[in-house]
Write a protein that binds this ligand. Structure first.
Ligand SMILES: Cc1ncc(C[n+]2csc(CCOP(=O)(O)OP(=O)(O)O)c2C)c(N)n1
Ligand SMILES: [Mg+2]
Length: 624
């Protein structure tokens, strides 16, 4: 057997740089390089290996959470066919990744984490940053990655990677199992040499299959669709990941079945398609929510039915509603007691369309859907046209970015009041335009995610929409975007705190308690009932400027339009700073979200909210 003597870390890099994926005959490298922050837990191991492999590009980052967000966003942009590796030291460097690692798994996005781990040899323990345990020496903080990883392994001997790496690749490239993969690498073992079989470093191509659904189930699904009077499609992220958007358009046009979209599925159909009802669920449009309410058949494609999609199980009120779920994952396909079509989204839709022959929904239903689409478009325009003063409204700012931005651009967001407004208002013109991390809705994803998107597709403009809260939480990778020449246009909407949770709190009877960035009064943080408040002396525009961004400060809607134009001509990361109104919101459209309210309280507004809640919760349904 031919062998190659390498350290464990060198062998990992040698293996990773030879991994490819192929779908539909298109082959590409799976790893675009490695993000990392070095410390004693990886500098002489993976760090040294990267140093001697300049063809496997190393990228610095400022925060371990941010780099995992960036890798996940990169993978999302690439429809999960490519990602980046993330290396860290031991202890806090490693655990800093946990938040974003959970986000990647929840969003079903592949990321490979290589946290350093404590000495396997143990004689020098406790090493700097080691969590000790009195009942086991086989424990470290890296065990925290177990529940949030789709594959987790600790490499305590160098030869263990020979079996661990192929498993890691199987999971990462599986549309069903993908998510975070963690290989925990004790810092001493990273540096140990071993005679690895040379075959380990040969080029490997991982085929991403398009599995076909069970044929009997397919025939039954076609039968169910023919019987339906009011069918509605819910397009999820799986439509986009399986590149089924063109097939979906054909399906919709041939059958006349209207389509609605989840957060991850938005953009599956162009916003101006007459049968696109837009967002569905808690943050849904009037068009989609009306159709969902009375639908007798929901055809869910690539969706995991989060509570935002189902409006906490209140969206579907027809007593006879049934579900057909097209999904690669059996787990999701069976949700809501559905008729499961377990298979690739694109192939399954094609086969289903064939099985349907010349079936079409009744004309009256299709006409009603088209009318709802037009009404909704008018409502979006109404909100785009609001000119709120003295502070602008978020809706008009979204409209400005949408109208002014390049139609090929990508917009990214994750948390705050923006996602709900964007889900309703953003007009998606291509399937990758609406990039929302809403599986985990993690504050801090925005700028880091924007970096990953720009790295994945440098030719597109990237608009990062971020609130002041998220910006304060994690904006350090503005520095990385400047270092690497990946231009972002960051739109920083400052409303002095948490507009989203403030509004939620008020709706639950709690007056926005704890959601404003203001000085305390009488040893208490003022809520929204305060007559006057003292704003904190924070200058986020100056903060962005200090990180190297080109900053444009705006006050009015007109300034904002000019800034968007100016930003197009700037060659490095721009931050467009504008304050917006805490209280002007986009309304909800006949929908609901279950956030449980205190059953007993001393506060009257809470008691009142609880009474309303008890009514509303009765609309929640089981689908049995
Ligand atoms: C890491 C993280 N912590 C807490 C939350 C809960 N949360 C959701 S939105 C939000 C406030 C976001 O503030 P900001 O970015 O200013 O947006 P705004 O609500 O003002 O639009 C909070 C605290 C979260 N989603 N993520
Ligand atoms: Mg805010």
């Amino acid at each position: 057997m031919n062998t190659k003597r390498l350290t464990m870390a060198q062998a990992i890099i040698a293996f990773l740089k030879n991994q490819y994926v192929e779908r539909d005959g298109r082959e590409q490298l799976f790893f675009a390089g490695c993000f990392g922050i070095f410390g004693h837990g990886n500098v002489a191991g993976i760090g040294q290996a990267l140093q001697q492999n300049p063809d496997f590009r190393y990228y610095q980052t400022r925060n371990e959470q941010a780099m995992v967000h960036a890798a996940a966003a990169y993978a999302k942009m690439k429809n999960r066919l490519q990602t980046l590796v993330c290396t860290t030291s031991i202890g806090p460097g490693a655990t800093n990744m946990i938040t974003a690692a959970a986000g990647a798994t929840i969003n079903r996005l592949p990321v490979l984490l290589l946290p350093g781990d404590i000495f396997a040899r143990r004689n020098v323990a406790p090493v700097l940053q080691q969590l000790e345990s009195e009942y086991s020496q086989d424990i470290s903080v890296n065990d925290c990655f177990k529940p949030i990883s789709r594959y987790w392994d600790r490499i305590s001997r160098p030869e263990q990677i020979i079996t661990a790496l192929p498993e890691a690749m199987r999971v990462l490239t599986s549309p069903v199992d993908t998510g975070t993969v963690t290989l925990s690498l004790p810092q001493d073992v990273q540096t140990e040499a071993f005679d690895y079989p040379s075959d380990l470093f040969e080029k490997r191509v991982w085929h991403v299959a398009r599995n076909r659904p069970d044929q009997a189930s397919l025939a039954r699904a076609a039968e169910w669709i023919r019987q339906a009077k009011r069918p509605l499609i819910i397009a999820g992220g799986g439509v986009i990941y399986s590149e089924a958007t063109e097939t979906l358009r054909q399906f919709v046009e041939q059958t006349g079945i209207p389509e609605s979209e989840t957060m991850a599925g938005k953009g599956s159909l162009r916003y101006d398609h007459p049968l696109c009802m837009g967002a569905v669920g808690a943050t849904g449009t009037l068009a989609a929510n009306r159709l969902a309410k009375d639908a007798d058949l929901i055809i869910g494609i690539g969706t995991r039915y989060s509570d935002f999609t189902t409006a906490s199980k209140t969206a579907f009120q027809n007593p006879d509603v049934r579900f057909i779920n097209i999904n690669v994952a059996e787990f999701d396909a069976y949700k809501h007691n559905a008729l499961p079509l377990v298979g690739d989204g694109q192939v399954t839709l094609k086969e289903l369309l064939k099985a349907l022959g010349d079936y079409q929904v009744v004309h009256k239903y299709e006409a009603a859907a088209r009318a709802l689409h037009d009404e909704w478009e008018a409502e979006v325009q109404r909100i785009y046209d609001i000119r709120n003063e003295p502070l602008v409204s978020q809706g008009e700012l979204i409209g400005a970015v949408n109208d002014t931005g390049d139609p090929e651009a990508v917009m990214v967001c994750a948390a705050g009041s923006l996602p709900g407004d964007l889900h309703k208002l953003w007009r998606s013109r291509h399937p990758k335009q609406y990039h929302l991390e809403y599986g985990y809705s993690c504050m801090g994803y925005e700028i880091a995610g924007g970096l990953g998107i720009k790295m994945a597709d440098p030719d597109r403009e990237v608009y990062v929409l971020v609130g002041d809260g998220s910006y304060l939480m994690l904006s350090a990778d503005i520095v990385t975007s400047i270092q690497e020449g990946y231009k972002l246009t960051i739109i920083l909407m400052d409303n002095n705190g948490y507009k989203s949770i403030g509004a939620l709190s008020r709706s639950l009877g709690s007056q926005g308690f704890g959601t404003r960035y203001v000085y305390p009064e009488n040893n208490r943080l003022p809520d929204d009932t305060a007559e006057s408040v003292k704003i904190l002396p924070v200058d986020l525009a100056a903060n962005a400027r200090s990180l190297g961004a080109h900053v444009i400060q705006c006050e009015t809607y007109k300034d904002f339009l000019t800034a968007l134009e100016t930003a197009k001509g700037i060659d490095h990361t721009c931050v467009i700073y504008i304050q917006n109104d805490r209280y002007v919101g986009v309304p909800g459209y006949e929908s609901w979200w279950d956030v449980a309210i205190a059953e007993v309280s001393e506060i009257d507004s809470v008691k009142k909210a609880r009474a309303d809640y008890e009514q509303a919760v009765q609309r929640e349904r089981y689908f049995l």
